[in-house]
Design a protein around this ligand. Structure first.
Ligand SMILES: [Zn+2]
Length: 448
């Protein structure tokens, strides 16, 4: 069929033809409404780029971004260029000179932009797209896929986090966790505050000190802090001190994290295995070669194909075997539902551990005894930092993408971005920023 020329079109085809007009096409795509209109569209095939110039009708009223009142047009700010979502394969830019208003109360103000945030080089649509990509990909991949520089991509993440944190309701978690993560070799730590119920990271800082956790608590009044029902944490003095200083009744609310508690005993088991393995190796051949995890895994997690080997090892008279039995028995402590029962069980276990003639086990048992008051609080609150399992999985994912972070501020930004439960997306102003005069001399309109 031969192509129709515009002059050949009948009434029915006019709607189709109108879409072939570049200004109308982009007016539809951008969702522009009067008094905004497209002045010009420049398509540069060589540069693979589309530039859209947006203007407005002359007779308008302009909304003050502070008080939302409408006044006459004062003047225009210099042209702003926003990168928008691509038009097919072509990078697309919106050019606009934002009107300014002279509000009698607030002075000369630029309108809240309807195209992209003031101060941003990206349109709302494009910035939202980049944020969605960054939620799925590493920062390098985001930069590559969106045609942005590494710095631009970080800038978008940082702005998203700032936006999200500013919008976040001021609220202290009812059940919170304080945890630390090593972020790189060389014992660098980040400490984190979790909301265990929401599964979010509330606060990140880059040491394990008392001051930093106090900074978190200081955001809240004493009344708000009394809303904290329970805090899961490691047996780490600076965290304990900060919590006791700020959280009313902290003594009853701190629960030493079960997995951290077990970690002390697991470390003792491992030390005993190592030294016994060394002794046996010196005397001849050691049966403990390659058995590290057999002793550290919980019994039910020993893989089927190693169970026979493990049973044979346990039948021998080994120190590590006794240490293992003491470790496995401690796990029952958390099955009790009452603090008094937990204490009784611990007493018996402690007697066994301290009479085992296994020095590292004895030492671990003594550490636990010092902290037993806040180990047994588990019976009441039944929380561990593993309640934040979903958070931990996400943090591990963030760590795997860590090669692109270059510094710790970026790491913290990434944690808030992926794990903060924040509303990250930019939003246009809720009210139309411009109104225009109709034939009946009434001001109406705007883009919404
Ligand atoms: Zn005003």
């Amino acid at each position: 069929m031969a192509l129709k020329r515009p002059t050949d079109l009948n009434e029915k085809d006019k709607n189709v033809f109108s879409l072939m007009d570049d200004k109308l096409l982009f007016t539809k795509i951008l969702g522009l409404r009067a008094p905004w209109f497209i002045q010009q569209v420049v398509v540069d095939g060589q540069a693979q780029r589309v530039d859209i110039y947006v203007g407005h009708e002359p007779d308008i009223r302009v909304r003050c971004p502070v008080c939302d009142e409408l006044y006459g047009l004062y003047d225009h700010a210099p042209e702003r260029v926003y990168r928008h979502l691509n038009t097919c394969q072509m990078q697309t830019y919106i050019h606009v000179r934002p009107p300014r208003v002279n509000c009698p109360t607030h002075g000369v103000k630029q309108i809240g932009s309807e195209f992209g945030e003031n101060g941003s080089e990206l349109s709302f649509g494009f910035e939202r797209f980049v944020i969605r990509v960054a939620q799925e990909c590493s920062i390098e991949a985001t930069a590559r896929l969106c045609g942005l520089s590494w710095d631009q991509s970080w800038n978008i993440l940082e702005r998203a986090v700032d936006r999200g944190r500013a919008r976040k309701p001021h609220r202290v978690p009812s059940r919170m966790g304080v945890d630390e993560k090593s972020i790189a070799r060389g014992h660098k730590y980040e400490s984190l505050v979790y909301d265990l119920d929401a599964g979010t990271v509330e606060f990140v800082w880059d040491d394990r000190g008392q001051q930093s956790l106090e900074t978190y608590y200081r955001q809240f009044s004493r009344e708000e802090l009394s809303g904290i029902q329970a805090v899961a944490m490691d047996m780490w003095d600076p965290f304990i001190a900060a919590t006791k200083k700020y959280v009313p009744d902290a003594q009853k609310k701190i629960v030493f994290d079960r997995f951290h508690v077990m970690r002390h005993v697991l470390d003792a088991v491992d030390q005993i295995r190592k030294s016994e393995h060394r002794q046996l190796s010196e005397a001849g051949e050691s049966p403990l070669k390659g058995t590290k995890y057999l002793w550290l895994w919980s019994q039910e997690n020993v893989p089927a194909w190693r169970q026979e080997e493990f049973a044979a090892l346990k039948a021998r008279d080994l120190k590590v075997c006794r240490a293992w039995a003491i470790k496995e028995n401690l796990r029952h402590l958390w099955s009790y539902r009452y603090q008094a029962h937990m204490r009784n069980y611990f007493k018996r276990w402690y007697f066994w551990a301290t009479h085992s003639r296994l020095k590292p086990i004895k030492k671990a048992a003594q550490t636990l005894k010092v902290h037993i008051d806040n180990i047994v609080t588990y019976a009441k609150h039944r929380i561990t930092n593993a309640l934040g399992e979903a958070i931990n999985a996400k943090i591990e994912k963030v760590k795997r993408m860590a090669c692109g972070f270059r510094n710790r501020a970026h790491y913290r930004t990434a944690i808030y971005f992926h794990c903060g439960g924040l509303d990250l997306f930019p939003k246009p102003p809720t009210l139309p920023t411009l109104c225009f005069k109709t034939a009946s001399s009434q001001y109406v309109g705007g883009t919404h």
